[in-house]
Design a protein around this ligand. Structure first.
Ligand code: HPA
Length: 291
C-alpha cells in the first residue's frame, strides 16, 4: 500500500490540481481510447450499472495516480468506460466520501478527471434520506439544488485558474436542460419522480432528529453525505451537472426505526431496474448536448 503510494507520487510528480488530473488521464489513455461524452457517478448500491456498459473497459482506482479508493461496503472502486446506446460514457463505480477522511481534493479527483477528459455532462447518483413525511423509501428524486453543509469546499485554497474561475456561479448548478431530460425519460418509462433540494452533510453519523428538523427548515427535501463536493468541482470546470437521489429511507425522527446502512443498500437495490432505465435514457438524451 505504502509502496503503491510512493510509486504513484514519484512516478507522477505533480505540482497542482491540473497536473494531478493530467497524470490520471495519461494513465487512462494507456488502457482505453474512448473519449467519453458523459460521466456518471454511481452511489451506494448502484454500482452494477457500470457492468452493463457496451465494450466495458474497467480500470481499478488503485491503478490510477492520485485516485483514492473507497472502503465503504457497496462502493467498488473502478473507473468504467464503454457505450450506452452509442454514447461514449465513463462511470465511477464507487466514490469516496469526505467522512472516510479523504481530503476534499481527493474526493473530487474522479469527477475532475472526467471533466479533464472532456465530458459534456456528469450525472451523479446517490442514496439519501427523505425529509418529506409523505415520501416513501425507494422514491426517486431529481436534485434541483443543494445546501453545502459539509463544512468544506473543494475550491477553498489557492485557485487553479486553468481549471476555472475563483468565484464560480452556482445559480443553476443542477442543469435545467439535464433535469428536463431526466423528467422526459421518467415520463416515457412511467417512473414517478420526486424533485427537491439535497442537503449534503459530512457524516458518517446519520443525522439526529434535531438536525433533520434543521435541514427541513432550511428548505431541503433530502439529506446525504456525498455529491455536493463533486458538483462544486464540476461547476468550477463548467461541466453540466445532473443528480438523481434514491430516497433509501425516511430521515431520522421521521422514520419510526433506527437507520442502518445495510437497509439503505437493500432499498437502493429494490429500485435498481428503474434506476438503470432512467440512467440509460438520461445518458442517451444527454449525449446529444452540444456543449
Ligand atoms: N442521512 C444521510 N445520508 C443518507 C441517509 C440519511 O438518512 N440515507 C442514505 N444516505
Amino acid at each position: 500500500m505504502l509502496g503503491a503510494l510512493m510509486a504513484s507520487t514519484s512516478q507522477y510528480p505533480s505540482a497542482n490540481a491540473a497536473a494531478r488530473l493530467d497524470d490520471c488521464v495519461f494513465a487512462i489513455r494507456k488502457r482505453t481510447s474512448i473519449e467519453p461524452r458523459i460521466g456518471v457517478v454511481l452511489g451506494s448500491g448502484l454500482g452494477a450499472f457500470a457492468d452493463s456498459l457496451e465494450g466495458l473497459v474497467k480500470i481499478p482506482y488503485r491503478d490510477l495516480p492520485h485516485m483514492p479508493a473507497s472502503a465503504v461496503p457497496g462502493h467498488a472502486g473502478n473507473l468504467c468506460f464503454g457505450h450506452v446506446q452509442g454514447v461514449p460514457t465513463v462511470c465511477m463505480q464507487g466514490r469516496v466520501h469526505l467522512y472516510e477522511g479523504h481530503p476534499v481534493d481527493k474526493v473530487v479527483q474522479g469527477v475532475r478527471t472526467m471533466a479533464r477528459m472532456g465530458v459534456r455532462a456528469v450525472i451523479l447518483t446517490n442514496a439519501a434520506g427523505g425529509l418529506e413525511p409523505s415520501w416513501s423509501p425507494g422514491d426517486l428524486m431529481v436534485v434541483i439544488d443543494h445546501l453545502n453543509l459539509t463544512g468544506t469546499n473543494p475550491l477553498a485554497g489557492p485557485n487553479d485558474d486553468s481549471l476555472g474561475t475563483r468565484f464560480p456561479d452556482m445559480t443553476a448548478a443542477y442543469d435545467p436542460a439535464l433535469r428536463e431530460m431526466l423528467r422526459d425519460t421518467a415520463r416515457e418509462a412511467r417512473i414517478e419522480l420526486r424533485e427537491g433540494v439535497y442537503a449534503g452533510l459530512l457524516g458518517p453519523t446519520y443525522e439526529t432528529p434535531a438536525e433533520v428538523r434543521m435541514v427541513r427548515m432550511l428548505g431541503a427535501q433530502a439529506v446525504g453525505m456525498s455529491t455536493v463536493p463533486e458538483v462544486i468541482a464540476l461547476r468550477h470546470m463548467s461541466v453540466r451537472v445532473g443528480a438523481l437521489s434514491c430516497i433509501t429511507n425516511l430521515a431520522a425522527g421521521i422514520a419510526a426505526r433506527p437507520l442502518d446502512h445495510a437497509e439503505v443498500e437493500a432499498t437502493a437495490r429494490t429500485r435498481h431496474e428503474d434506476l438503470i432505465t432512467l440512467l440509460r435514457g438520461w445518458i442517451t438524451r444527454a449525449g446529444s448536448l452540444s456543449s
